[in-house]
Design a protein around this ligand. Structure first.
Ligand code: COA
Length: 260
């Protein structure tokens, strides 16, 4: 099983494809590489896709981090560990905040960006921030997060159970750190510094990071385009995996052609 050493700790990742543009997938708060696994497999013939577990998540050693900047440092060390000079960074939610910060801080290492269900500022409901570490409110908070993470029509009983189990798999303090990192994130004034080609994707029914947030990204990031996916909420990569997969594959093909 592949691990990279980042800051002296083991960071787990999955990888497919041996050559071509490295594509590094970054998950959101309380999640793991598993949300990206179908997309990693789908891009195997086109690129070199990789998805990591951020510290403290999935199979990676902790501790988690509590700021987006600190997670951005992890991402830089991860690229170094895998000897990736430049990569397309694809991030969901918190992962998208990390990706934007990476692009602004390390433009020379950013081949392109994929910003999925995210925004340039990510204030978090106080009920989530506090409830996730409160033993008496934990169950209710997990339900609240899952409820807000899917479009109502996509949240059948099995999906709800699975999403709640996945969230419970993340240590509450790590999830709390993730949401605190989101809550402290605001890169609005710096979006014009992102010159990497950028694909922005948002579910039309996203309640956590509404379409307005993605429209803002698209209006401020010069070389960007926005795809709004119908019948999807915040978990667009799960709710409408095929449509997101097509958008990502098309983007990777365009990047390949522009490099040839
Ligand atoms: N892109 C564009 N506009 C944004 C934005 C973004 N990323 N983030 C905030 N804004 C806008 C808001 O729409 C709002 O505009 P308005 O005054 O015209 O309504 C304004 O900036 C201020 O919003 P915000 O910073 O969010 O503060 P708030 O006190 O109005 O709301 C919350 C705080 C937590 C209630 C709200 O952010 C929310 O409902 N968040 C979504 C749920 C959540 O917890 N998401 C987790 C994200 S990881």
């Amino acid at each position: 099983m592949p691990f990279a050493t980042v800051d002296g700790k083991q960071v787990y990742y999955v990888q497919q494809g041996a050559q071509g543009l490295p594509v590094v997938f970054v998950h959101g708060s309380g999640a793991s590489h598993l949300i990206w696994w179908p997309h990693v497999r789908a891009l195997a013939d086109l690129a070199r896709p990789v998805a990591l577990d951020l510290p403290g998540h999935g199979k990676s050693e902790g501790p988690g981090r509590v700021t987006v900047d600190a997670y951005c440092d992890v991402l830089l060390d991860f690229l170094d560990a895998l000897a990736f000079d430049r990569a397309l960074i694809v991030g969901h939610s918190l992962g998208g905040a990390i990706a934007q910060t990476f692009a602004v801080t390390h433009p020379d290492r950013t081949a392109a960006l994929g910003l999925v269900g995210t925004g340039a500022r990510l204030r978090v409901l106080p009920a989530i921030l506090e409830g996730i570490v409160s033993p008496s409110d934990f169950d209710e908070t997990v339900r609240l997060i899952v409820e807000n993470t899917y479009a109502a029509d996509n949240l059948d009983a099995a999906t709800r159970r699975r999403a709640e189990e996945d969230l419970r798999a993340c240590p509450p303090q790590v999830a709390r750190g993730d949401f605190a990192a989101c809550n402290g994130f605001d890169i609005m004034p710096r979006l014009g510094e992102i010159h990497a080609p950028t694909l922005i994707v948002c579910g039309s029914e996203d309640k956590m990071t509404p379409v307005k947030y993605s429209e803002f990204l698209a209006s401020k990031i010069p070389n960007s385009r926005l795809v709004v996916v119908e019948r999807a909420g915040h978990s667009v990569m799960i709710e409408q995996a095929a449509e997101l997969g097509q958008a990502l594959a098309g983007f990777v093909r365009e990047l390949r052609e522009s490099r040839e």
